[in-house]
Ligand binder design. Structure first.
Ligand SMILES: Cc1ncc(C[n+]2csc(CCOP(=O)(O)OP(=O)(O)O)c2C)c(N)n1
Ligand SMILES: [Mg+2]
Length: 593
């Protein structure tokens, strides 16, 4: 019992890598690892979740919010399978995550034993490093290799360990054989990243393009999150508007005079204009996938900064790819850039942005009933602190957060940017709150996404985490309703017969729960939740008929909405009785003309 077991080596190695938190849920495939975690509970915190998918989201959010490795743990078979969606979230958003799973004893592997799922095969696509441990002696070195791979590739690593090996007190190689050309693996828990500054010749080529541009635009993504000062300094030098991807929302404050905010379906008209009109694009730490919103290839020359050479020219013809970190590359680039004196392009963007901000304010209507989701977000924006961290879910909620929650001060913003999966909002918030106990952490979630992993509210309560969950309860899978209509299809399968009531659940968990139906109660409810010294949930019944409109309405959107109406879209009356009535009038006018 007191003997060291092989799983102890795994956990001790994680400690050596400075891992202090493991998110997971036990099972008979990982009893050895759980025992090792129990023995090292003073060095590693095990966070017990209700669903392994949440554990993987938490590991991803831990990596996003701390810049360090995230670790999650699940049992063989079903436990490992449950991890997958959260692991893909980490893979697609380039976060270093180590997934540890158990598997059947080596003696029965291949016999079709109960729960025998070959997770190392299942995880082949999601994990860049993916190994089945077959000998206790290799555990520390495979742990080192898995961690190094996750950090180097900024992706997912997976180790699956048979139960007999986990529990084994045999720590050395139990076998003999081979030609004796190798010794048992011995490595150290050390990692150094690739250098962050590009070659001088590459920097000069990039500077030449940027200096030659008359209308330079910048597009910044999550790779620039730690380079705010550098981004602003370069923008000032180039007189360039700063367009932000959603993952890069916190790169510069939304109130900064140089930014035109987001780009794409959730973005601003000003950013779309900037992209349509620029002659030079400097992309920094972004793999922005919606290429329809990027400049036409023959319209603009492109310089792109990325830490990964594979992504340094991946979205449009790129004349000068730069491989390096945003911060170090911009520091090296700045002295090569000439001060531009013509600020006409920037001023034009600023005027457009002023108009956009005014449009957004007009949507934050405090008097309209049912509650406008934009008004709810506006109140949260006003009342949350200057260093609040918002974790957002996928859905129309992402549009409201993108457009109506401002980055200011040290605020941060996280969501599933590339996988765009539902349900990470609450698990993200829990992991972020654990990493930053003194920050205000908010989860802004839809009723659909929240219902998927709402059990984790109980996790927040069990760990006494003061996260604030704001449910935008519109009684439907809003995003898909509007997508269906934009395609000309009347809605189908997106609405629940009866809206959920989440307050009893929050209270049953021991948290604060407040139901909000009246616009006049929003401000006081948000205040109560933010002031509450513990987990709190606001269940806010919002206007289900409020569309997340694209910044620029295209002819095909107009056509789609009109066709959906003609083909029998239900609730037509109530949809047209909202703000959409104005938009619909605009759209049909445009169709007629
Ligand atoms: C796991 C998963 N399933 C389905 C989708 C497709 N999807 C994207 S947004 C959305 C609706 C989300 O509904 P809700 O959480 O209530 O947010 P709302 O759009 O109503 O604001 C759906 C079904 C997805 N992105 N992820
Ligand atoms: Mg909804």
């Amino acid at each position: 019992m007191s003997d060291t077991i092989a799983a102890d080596q795994l956990v001790e190695r994680l400690v050596a890598w400075n891992v202090d938190t493991v998110f997971g849920l036990p099972g008979d495939g990982i009893n050895g690892i759980m025992e090792a975690l129990r023995r090292h509970a003073d060095q590693v915190r095990f966070v017990l979740v209700h669903h392994e998918e949440a554990a993987a989201f938490m590991a991803c959010a831990h990596a996003k919010a701390t810049g360090r490795l995230g670790v999650c743990l699940a049992t063989s078979g079903p436990g490992g399978i449950h991890l997958l969606n959260g692991l893909y979230d980490a893979k697609l958003d380039h976060q270093p995550v180590l997934a540890i799973t158990g598997t059947q004893a080596t003696s029965v592997l291949g016999t079709g034993f109960q729960q025998e799922v070959h997770l190392e095969k299942l995880f082949v696509d999601v994990a860049g490093f993916d190994e089945l441990v077959t000998n206790p002696v290799s555990i520390p070195a495979l742990d080192d290799a898995a961690v190094r791979s996750a950090l180097a590739r900024r992706s997912v690593s997976h180790l699956t360990i048979p139960v007999d090996i986990q529990e084994s007190t045999v720590l050395e190689n139990p076998y003999e054989g081979g030609l004796g050309t190798s010794r048992s693996p011995r490595t150290a828990p050390t990692f150094v990243d690739v250098p962050g500054t590009p070659r001088a010749t590459d920097l000069r080529a990039a500077a030449e393009i940027l200096n030659g541009g008359f209308k330079v635009a910048m597009l910044v993504g999550q790779g620039a999150l730690d380079a705010r000062d550098e981004v602003i300094a370069v923008a000032e030098r180039l007189q360039s508007p700063i367009v932000k991807s959603l993952l890069g929302k916190a790169v510069v404050p939304d109130t900064h005079p140089y930014t035109t905010g987001g780009l794409g379906l959730l973005g601003t008209r000003a950013s779309e204009d900037v992209m349509e009109q620029c002659d030079t694009l400097l992309m920094i730490g972004s793999s922005f996938p919606y290429t329809a919103y990027l400049p036409e290839p023959e319209q603009a020359r492109c310089v792109k900064i990325d830490i990964d050479p594979e992504r340094a020219a991946n979205r449009m013809p790129t004349q000068a790819p730069l491989v390096g970190t945003a911060r170090e590359t911009l520091q090296a680039l700045l002295p090569l850039l000439e001060q531009k004196t013509d600020d006409g392009f920037l001023q034009h963007a600023q005027r457009k942005m002023d108009a956009w901000r005014a449009d957004m304010r007009s949507l934050e209507d405090a008097d309209r009933a049912p509650i406008q989701p934009q008004y709810l977000m506006h109140v949260l924006n006003e009342q949350s602190s200057d260093d609040a961290i918002l974790c957002c879910d996928s859905g129309t909620v992402a549009t409201w957060a993108a457009r109506h929650w401002d980055i200011r001060g040290r605020r941060e913003f996280y969501l599933s940017g590339t996988l765009a999966t539902m349900a990470p909002g609450l698990p993200y918030a829990i992991a972020v709150q654990l990493a930053h106990p003194n920050r205000q952490v908010l989860a802004f979630v839809g009723d659909g996404g929240f219902a998927m992993l709402m059990a984790e509210f109980n996790t927040a309560c069990r760990y006494g985490l003061p996260v604030k969950v704001i449910v935008d309860n519109n009684g439907l899978l809003g995003q898909i309703l509007w997508e269906q209509m934009a395609l000309g299809f009347p809605e189908f399968g997106v609405r629940w017969d009866q809206p959920f009531d989440f307050v009893p659940w929050a209270q049953a968990c021991g948290g604060l729960g407040i139901r909000v139906e009246d616009p006049g109660d929003v401000a006081s409810a948000v205040k109560s939740a933010l002031e509450f010294d513990g987990p709190a949930l606001l269940d806010v019944f919002t206007n289900a008929d409020e569309p997340p409109m694209p910044a620029k309405i295209r002819y095909q959107d107009a056509k789609g909405f009109t066709e959906a109406f003609l083909h029998g879209q239900p609730r037509r009356a109530s949809i047209t009785s909202t703000l959409f009535r104005d938009k619909f009038a605009q759209l049909t006018n445009r169709m007629r003309s």
